[in-house]
Design a protein around this ligand. Structure first.
Ligand code: FE2
Length: 226
């Protein structure tokens, strides 16, 4: 049920309706070189998904995309994996006081995942502030709500919405988000930090995964900001 992209990188896609549109969401699973699993944007922990994860290794870290909906189902992981650590995107700790977060994420990766994963905090607007991750061994950048990439894999209604929102076959946040970015200078600096990574694949928060040519796609998609 998981798609494997490289030796230690998998994704799992599940449906998500947002504002009436089926945009789906993508969970990323990374097996750290130390052995444990780092999960980003967790999907509903069904029995089937749980056994697929357990076959890969021990769940150690559960990270959200943005605080918008990247934190869904984190409580299920907290219950199923008592020794796993929950990580908070900026502002998520305030949004989900029911969860016991072990760490507030910023620009500096924890030494326990830093050998494999780098990270950059992207502060957007009051709903979308998130962490972009870079899985170094597979040269993959993982985005959340600043990285929509709706393509032919989505239903017609979603594709029409994506055209209007400027995210059809283009990496980036919807147009309305672009108008509400709190600080363009820091947003641009974060993007430049992302672009400094040597990546080729992009896993967007919603839509189609870009298998190669990802850096050019991000450059093109964020031309309005850069
Ligand atoms: Fe999202």
């Amino acid at each position: 049920m998981l798609n494997q992209w490289s030796e230690r990188l998998w994704t799992y896609e599940e449906p998500l309706r947002f504002l009436g549109f089926e945009i789906g969401r993508i969970m990323t699973v990374i097996r750290l070189s130390s052995g444990g699993l780092f999960i980003q944007s967790p999907s509903e922990l069904t029995a089937e998904l749980k056994s697929a994860l357990d076959a890969l290794g021990e769940v150690r870290f559960v990270a959200p995309a943005s605080k918008l909906h990247g934190h869904l189902y984190m409580e299920q992981y907290e219950a199923a994996y008592p020794t796993a650590e929950l990580l908070a995107a900026p502002g998520l700790d305030v949004r989900r006081p029911d969860l016991q977060f072990d760490q507030l994420l910023g620009d500096t990766p924890d030494p326990r995942w830093a050998p494999d994963i780098d990270q950059v905090a992207i502060l957007g607007n009051r709903w979308i502030s998130e962490i972009a991750y870079f899985h170094r061994p597979s040269r993959t950048v993982i985005l959340g709500d600043v990285g929509y990439h709706i393509g032919d894999g989505s239903p017609l209604k979603t594709r029409i919405m994506a055209h209007v929102a400027g995210v059809y076959k283009q990496v980036g946040p919807p147009l309305d988000f672009r108008l509400t970015i709190a600080n363009n200078t820091s947003f641009r600096r974060s993007l430049q930090d992302v672009l400094a990574w040597d990546f080729d694949r992009v896993i967007p928060g919603h839509g189609d995964i870009i298998e190669s040519g990802g850096k050019q796609a991000v450059l093109d998609g964020f031309e309005w900001m850069l």
